[in-house]
Write a protein that binds this ligand. Structure first.
Ligand SMILES: Nc1ncnc2c1ncn2[C@@H]1O[C@H](COP(=O)(O)OP(=O)(O)OP(=O)(O)O)[C@@H](O)[C@H]1O
Ligand SMILES: [Mg+2]
Length: 230
């Protein structure tokens, strides 16, 4: 069974009384465990598409099915509950909560999902070890390097073992060494959990690691790396 299907999705925004179409008739089916690289030039709608799948933004035409759920049926609160349980989101600029420590940032989604203390602690310890962040667990995000912050963001996105992980240029702001470490960690964890992953990227190295590459061109989703000279 497909982990996620998108059928005939359209998305536009309104400006000065005009509807400006960003995504037109998007259809896509992703298998459980499949890793997709999503390419497209700046402004082509990559973040918009991830935000729709995550239920952060609302769509009016088409359908997104994740497992047995149909996103069009959810109101805003149901979408946010659904996101918390089934989706992991990794942002380009980390988006960590500055007033929470590394451990608290990672544990937040488990706390929100009312995970019992007895299982929360061992899950946290295991994740911190995998992230190589055990010695940073009580630090606040502002003292961490970019690579460390992005590893925390990966931990936060994966701790609840979501079926679908959405990563919006997760290595866009890292040096080459940190980028490789973060990427290896993310892909390794996805493979271990058999989670599906959509990763937005401008990098051939990232696209080469994916099972499939898709491109957003002129509001449409096309197979392969379209119009890109690596
Ligand atoms: N809520 C919104 N209101 C108005 N315009 C929006 C909104 N969200 C996105 N846009 C516009 O839609 C287009 C697509 O934006 P999006 O952020 O999805 O692009 P992107 O492919 O992620 O680009 P980048 O590679 O620069 O991150 C842009 O022109 C953007 O200005
Ligand atoms: Mg973007």
């Amino acid at each position: 069974m497909a982990a996620m299907t998108i059928d005939g999705l359209h998305w536009s925004y309104e400006k000065g009384g005009l509807h400006i179409e960003v995504l037109r008739d998007i259809s896509l089916s992703i298998r459980q465990g499949e890793i997709i690289a999503l390419l497209g030039k700046s402004g082509s709608g990559k973040s918009s598409l991830l935000n729709l799948i995550a239920g952060i933004a609302n769509f009016h035409q088409g359908e997104i099915r994740i497992g047995e759920h149909r996103l069009s049926q959810f109101d805003e609160e149901q979408r946010s509950l659904f996101r918390r349980r089934h989706i992991g989101f990794i942002y380009q600029f980390f988006n960590l909560i500055p007033t929470l420590t590394v451990a608290e940032n990672i544990a937040l989604v488990l706390e929100l999902n009312a995970e019992p203390r007895a299982s929360l602690k061992p899950k946290m310890q295991k994740m911190l070890l995998q992230l190589d962040l055990l010695d940073k667990s009580d630090d606040f995000p502002d003292v961490l390097s970019g690579g460390e912050q992005q590893r925390v963001a990966i931990g936060r996105a994966l701790i609840h073992q979501p079926a679908l992980i959405l990563a919006d240029e997760p290595t866009g702001n890292l040096d080459a060494t940190s980028a490789k470490q973060v990427l290896d960690l993310l892909i390794g964890q996805c493979r271990a959990l058999n989670s599906s992953l959509i990763i937005v990227t401008h990098s051939k190295a990232v696209a080469d690691l994916a099972d499939r590459t898709l491109s957003l061109v002129d509001s449409r989703l096309l197979a392969g790396a379209q119009g890109l000279a690596w």
